[in-house]
Structures are given as C-alpha cells and as structure tokens.
Design a protein. Sequence first.
Length: 233
Amino acid sequence: MAEPTRTQARAAEIRLRWLTLAAFLAPILVLAAVFGTRFGLWGAGFGLEGLTFKVGRVLAFVGLAAALVAVVIAFKDVRRRGLYAAVALVVAGASVALFLIQGQRFAVQASNDVTTDAAEAPAFSRAVAAMRGGQGAGEGGASVACPGLIAVPRQVAPETAAAALEAAGFTPRGAAAFRADGSKEGFWFGLTYDAAIRIRPGRTDVRVAQREGVKVGDEACRLARAVTDGLRP
C-alpha cells in the first residue's frame, strides 16, 4: 500500500506544479506583449488590445480556475502542498483583479485627442507634427473637449508652460512666444502623447493627443487636466 501512496502523492505534486504554472500564464503573456511591443515586433494596438486584453484576460481567469483546483488538492496535505496553492491563488487573484480594474478604466468612452478649445484646437509645432507623421497638426474639429477640461483664463509665460508640461510627466520639446510643446512616452507599451500649449492674451489653451490611436479610456483627458492644473496659479 505504501508504494501506491507515494505514487499518488507524486502525481498530486506534479498536478500542483502544472496548476501553479497555469496561474502565471497571464502575467507571462503580458510581459511578452510588453517586450514584443517595446522591441518593435508588433504594434502597441496588437500588444495591448490583442494580446493583453483579449488573450491575457482569458488566461487570467483560466489561471484563477487552476488556482482554485490547486487549493482543493492542497487541502489533502496542507503542509507539503499549501505553498503551491497559496502562490497560485495570490498570482491568479492579483491578475484577475488587475484586469478587472484596468478593464473598467479602459472601458471609459473618451477621445485620444482632447483640447480646451474644440472649435480651434492648438496646433502642434512642426517638429512635433513631424514626429506624429503629420497627423493632427491642428485643424479645427480634429480635437474634442472632455469633462472638466477648461482653458486657463490668463496668459502664462512660455517658461511656465514648459514647467507645467514637465510637472505632468511630459518632456518639453520647445517653448517660444505664445506656445510650448511636449511629449510623453508610456513605460509599458510605449504609447506616446503629445501636448501643445497655446498662449494668448487672457487665455491659455491645451491640447493632448495620442499618436498610436489605441483606446485606453480617458488617459488623454487626465493628462490634459494635469497640464492645465500646472498652468494655474
């Protein structure tokens, strides 16, 4: 009887290892999506929307199911098998929680090109427009308003505009009379946002636009609000 018991224990341990590995599938895929995007193997749209939020989300729930099965198996010998189940449950639970949180955030319907003046959006400088591939150079109607984003009712100095861009996480690309520009590249998937500040007597307007066109909720609005907050006294 002893030999079958050891065989069964060994088989249970192997199953636990595979179940624990299943809990790591979603995080591993996300890392692969990030590195593939950063190294230019595929675009940010495929890496974030395709691999991460379509395939990765499914794998996260598969991992959670595997973790729950691991917990059931571990109950028969908590001292020897409990660590596998605990690791699997923590990793899978955290993965699902992050997907749910980010999913709600990304589900917000908002534009990737927002401004404080939708009728006459600030134009990007030639240098920034060139980096954007010529898109969104500042045509009227190309940019839209978003909730809580309003013009700053004062004329700021170009140096103040550049400082506001830097405080919001942008790298200033230039500041001159009546304008300033900046860009911000995301850490994970390299999504790039460009900001233009237009300075006029009694009013300063802001525009923020993403280059890639990947839907990430109201991130453009959030960045634009951060810039306008830095422009206020």
